[in-house]
Design a protein around this ligand. Sequence first.
Ligand code: FES
Length: 154
Amino acid sequence: MLNETALQEIHNIRSSYPDRESALLPALYIAQREFGWLSSEALLLVAKALNLPEAKVRGTASFYSMFKHKPVGRNLVQICTNISCMIAGSDDLVDLLKSMYGMEPNETTPDGRFSLVIMECIGACGTAPAMLVNTDFHDNLTEQKIGEILEKYA
Ligand code: FES
């Protein structure tokens, strides 16, 4: 169930656009923020809140990689391994994360602390390698730095 605050946010967003479809992406973000991921129930709630066909909501949500379709850890680590980051050593950083936390890409640590996702370019090629932890951006990563950064996330 979406809480009243979330429903009001969706309603406010809906009223600022000329059509319901335009409010879909922000509404999906709100649902993901509330539930942590977009279950079938969450997609149905968004469809009802916007009075859109469930298939439209499901199709839109499945198109974008920023929407999660299964539960993720408390902290989502998204590391770029595209060309600039790869040249700057991102593959070694992924290996380090695997050994430090015992998780593979698209997996969550047993304690639910981290989920790891490999990303395409996140627009920080000039300061590669780079990653996002939740919505926090980190660049110029090194093996030492990545460990220090992740220590801050419980
Ligand atoms: S290639 Fe990694 S940020 Fe662009």
